[in-house]
Design a protein around this ligand. Structure first.
Ligand SMILES: Cc1cc2nc3c(=O)[nH]c(=O)nc-3n(C[C@H](O)[C@H](O)[C@H](O)COP(=O)(O)O)c2cc1C
Length: 227
């Protein structure tokens, strides 16, 4: 008899198998070990100039999830059950601006992490480059807040793929009252605003109709040009 070995899934296997979960099994909780992997995923995402203009609120208690769910009342009621039933809900927030203090904090962290240990590395150059990019968006292009938001969405993209590799279901949501959530969580007072909330956990097969639907994407001919 020949032994069979399960082949290691590829990144595209995870991209294909992940989906937006439409209903959660409220009795299932993400393990502490996986929660730590999730914190790491959020921390390690790439961002332009390594600005990391994000903040995440992780709601893992019934009370915390109920606070997030308030922002689905009314227009976004359809998103409410997933917020309440998921194991955890992650709020993806963006900074309204990058202050000099914040830019120096990022620079000091890079220094502590050894980024400027090599003789050819220049801390001043990096600080100048980061400021140059930010000021370009702030003063010339005029889209600084949008530019910061885009970095947070980039984090969301790698997060969705990352959690699928952990066997965790997720539901990215823009369907909530951002102003209400910002007040509820005190994000506005901290100079931040929410962009997306993501319930994560384990699907309830009886509610998650999306798990059974085939993926639908535009063909290569529409989305890719090769030159
Ligand atoms: C930024 C963003 C916001 C979304 N908002 C919602 C939402 O509020 N509610 C919801 O059920 N799905 C939401 N979705 C899920 C999309 O509809 C879904 O990703 C898309 O149809 C592709 O399907 P798939 O994620 O199952 O591959 C959102 C997705 C993204 C990326």
């Amino acid at each position: 008899m020949t032994a069979t070995t399960a082949s290691t899934p590829t990144i595209t296997d995870y991209a294909k198998s992940r989906h937006t979960a439409k209903g959660y099994d409220s009795s299932k909780t993400i393990s502490d070990e996986h929660l730590e992997e999730i914190r790491k995923l959020l921390q390690l995402a790439a961002s332009s100039t390594n600005a990391q203009p994000w903040h995440f609120v992780i709601a893992g208690t019934d009370e915390g999830k109920a606070r997030v769910a308030k922002a689905t009342e009314g227009l976004f009621e359809f998103n409410r059950p997933a917020v309440l039933d998921a194991s955890h809900v992650i709020v993806f927030a963006s900074r309204n601006e990058l202050s000099e203090d914040y830019l120096l904090k990022v620079l000091d962290q890079e220094d502590k992490d050894g980024r400027y240990d090599a003789p050819e590395a220049s801390k001043d150059k990096m600080h100048g480059a980061r400021k140059m990019f930010y000021n370009l968006h702030k003063e010339e292009i005029g889209d600084a807040e949008h530019w910061l938001d885009k970095q947070v969405y980039l984090n969301l993209g790698s997060f969705l793929l990352g959690v699928s590799a952990l066997g965790i279901d997720a539901t990215p949501m823009e369907g909530f009252d951002t102003k209400r959530l910002d007040k509820e969580l005190g994000l506005d007072a901290k100079g931040m605003h929410s962009l997306v909330i993501v319930p994560i956990g384990y699907r309830d097969e009886s509610k998650d109709y999306n798990a059974k639907l085939p993926k639908s994407r535009l063909p290569y001919s529409e989305i890719i040009s090769e030159i």
